[in-house]
Design a binder for this molecule. Structure first.
Ligand code: GLP
Length: 241
């Protein structure tokens, strides 16, 4: 595991964006596993700047997003597809048909999970998987449990996750109670994992994830055994390491 210490949120965004750009430069048709949330917003802003400067070309890149709320259409401003379009995809030259986010409106959610899992395989697996970290240690939407969920599945969101994500909605009761998420095996099969963490509120959970026991009660702790994990954490998030 490599830990890269960043000064603050903006510096974390710059450093993580550089790692992603390097991946795209090294392999122009790479498969990027992408994430949503406030942490990655800063990374995407920096990727857009690098693209605008001509430093990086996304025309060959394929992407698979980690997760999506069940019941939100693509054009809902809190759907993860909408987040990806507005925060990254529509500002760079990635081809829309090469971007993938689970379909939260699928009539058959189980079939959608299987389709998504097959899609990751068809793409040849993920070269670099970007991850944020939930306050309860979740990665994607893999919530604390008594076992690691392996493949893409539909998950019942924990009360704490609904509360944490309510800040993006007008009211807490508008946060969907379910989501489709890649499983732990789907995430761990990536050739490289880039975990990005910012802010004091994540310091304790980051310490548990990186130095505590590997347990499904802290889903992110599984990352300790990934052969190619890079963590970019700012001063506040890494203060307890
Ligand atoms: C959501 C997403 C996760 C993300 C987490 C942290 O629950 N499903 O993939 O890592 O939030 O988000 P933030 O970066 O906003 O703290």
């Amino acid at each position: 595991m490599k830990i890269i210490y960043a000064k603050d949120y903006y510096d974390m965004g710059r450093k993580a964006a550089n790692i992603i750009s390097a991946q795209v430069i090294l392999k122009r048709d790479c498969v990027l596993g992408l994430a949503t949330g406030s942490t990655v917003e800063s990374i995407y802003k920096n990727l857009i700047i690098q693209y605008q400067k001509g430093d990086v070309d996304f025309s060959g890149v394929r992407s698979v997003n980690l997760d999506e709320y069940v019941g939100l259409p693509e054009d809902h401003d809190q759907s993860y597809r909408y987040f990806m379009e507005t925060n990254l995809f529509c500002h760079i030259n990635i081809r829309k048909e090469n971007t993938n986010v689970p379909d939260g409106m699928a009539a058959d959610v189980e079939a959608e999970c299987m389709r998504y899992e097959d899609l990751i395989k068809e793409l040849g697996g993920t070269d670099l998987q970007l991850l944020g970290l939930g306050h309860n240690g979740h990665v994607g939407f893999n919530e604390p449990d008594d076992k690691f969920p392996l493949l893409t599945h539909c998950v019942q969101l924990k009360e704490s996750t609904i509360k944490a994500n309510a800040r993006f909605f007008e009211r807490e009761d508008q946060v969907p109670g379910e989501a489709i998420t890649m499983g732990i095996k789907s995430i761990m099969q990536a050739k490289q994992i880039l975990l990005c963490v910012s802010g004091e509120a994540k310091a304790e959970i980051l310490k548990k994830v990186l130095t505590g026991p590997v347990t499904p009660a802290v889903p992110g702790s599984i990352l300790q055994i990934h052969p190619n994990l890079t963590v970019v954490a700012d001063e506040e998030a890494s203060s307890l390491l």
